[in-house]
Ligand binder design. Structure first.
Ligand code: ZN
Length: 192
C-alpha cells in the first residue's frame, strides 16, 4: 500500500525561489525536496511549455499565472511540423486582486503580448467604492491592463453577483475602454 499511496508535491513561492515538499498520504511528515531557483518568473517547465507566475495583492497574497507553449504545431499540407522558432500563444489568468499601481504593473508585464488574458472585472466604475472595499477591479482597470499588455484578446470574468441579471452592462462598459474584449456567445435555448 505504501508505494501506491497518493503523493503530492507542494511548492511555496518566494519571488526568487520555490521551496518544495513531497506529501504522501498516510505519512505525518512532509519530505523536503530541493529548492528551485526562479528565473524570469518561471515556476514550472516541461518540454512543450513554461509557466510563469507573479504575486498580486488582494489583502492577502495571490498568484497570477502565464502559460506559454514553447512552440506550436503547424500543419503544412498533410504534414504536421513543429516550428521551434514560432512561439505558441500565451494565456494568462488573474483574479482576486486590487487596483494598485503595483498590481497593474506586475500583471501587465506578465501578460505582455499574450494571446488571451483572463482577468477579473468585478465591478462597474459606478461601484468603484465597492471594488476598493473588496479589493477587486473595476471594468476600467481590467481593460487598461489588457491595453497596456497589448494582449490579443481579453476574457473578463468574476463579475459581482449584483450584475447577475445585467452582465450586458458589464460587457458594454468594458467595450468603452478596450476593443480587445471577447464576449462569450449567449446560450440560446433549444427550439421548440
Ligand atoms: Zn473575488
Amino acid at each position: 500500500m505504501e508505494d501506491r499511496a497518493p503523493k503530492f508535491i507542494v511548492h511555496e513561492w518566494y519571488e526568487d525561489h520555490l521551496k518544495r515538499w513531497q506529501i504522501t498520504a498516510g505519512q505525518t511528515r512532509a519530505m523536503p525536496l530541493e529548492t528551485v531557483v526562479i528565473q524570469d518568473g518561471v515556476v514550472h517547465q516541461e518540454a512543450g511549455f513554461v509557466v510563469r507566475a507573479t504575486q498580486l495583492d488582494h489583502g492577502v497574497p495571490v498568484m497570477a499565472y502565464a502559460y506559454e507553449p514553447r512552440c506550436r504545431p503547424k500543419v503544412r499540407g498533410d504534414q504536421m511540423d513543429v516550428l521551434e522558432k514560432e512561439p505558441g500563444e500565451k494565456v494568462v489568468y488573474a483574479t482576486d486582486f486590487r487596483d494598485s499601481p503595483d498590481n497593474i504593473r506586475k500583471l501587465s508585464e506578465l501578460a505582455r503580448d499574450a494571446h488571451t488574458l483572463f482577468c477579473e472585472a468585478s465591478f462597474l466604475v459606478a461601484d468603484r467604492d465597492q471594488a476598493e472595499r473588496t479589493q477587486h477591479l473595476t471594468t476600467e482597470t481590467c481593460a487598461r491592463i489588457a491595453n497596456l499588455a497589448d494582449v490579443r484578446q481579453l476574457v473578463a470574468f468574476h463579475f459581482s453577483h449584483r450584475y447577475e441579471k445585467q452582465r450586458d452592462r458589464v460587457y458594454q462598459e468594458l467595450q468603452k475602454y478596450t476593443d480587445r474584449l471577447v464576449i462569450p456567445r449567449k446560450r440560446t435555448p433549444p427550439p421548440g
